[in-house]
Design a binder for this molecule. Sequence first.
Ligand SMILES: [Zn+2]
Length: 139
Amino acid sequence: MSDTTIKPQTFEQDPFAAAFPETREFWAAAENGQLLLNTCDDCKRPHWYPRALCPLCGSTRLRWLPASGRGTLYAFSTARKATPAYTLAYVKLDEGPTLMTNIVDATPESLKIGMPVAVQFQRAQEGRMMPFFRPASAG
Ligand SMILES: [Zn+2]
């Protein structure tokens, strides 16, 4: 990793990003709307969430690879009494890992388990661009 990595102030000032330097490249790519997955050079498998050790084999030989940003809705729950209401979900990425996220740009009634979704980054209050998902047209 070099110092030429993009360093937007927005996430550099974020205590979370600062506390987990191994996630720096992830947040830098997120600023550009790119979803990265930590992929292990030893067992060749991608995993979520970003961390310093491969959770599948313990290797430290990890590299960032661009993900498709596409997946399927695995489970979801809408907090209807929240203002505004939001939908928390598990999305299974096409690459394999499952991540916890929010569904955006959709009414709860329109959501179905197994439907295709696509990543849509939105800036969280803390400054980070967070990978949320929206319904995607099939195919
Ligand atoms: Zn591994």
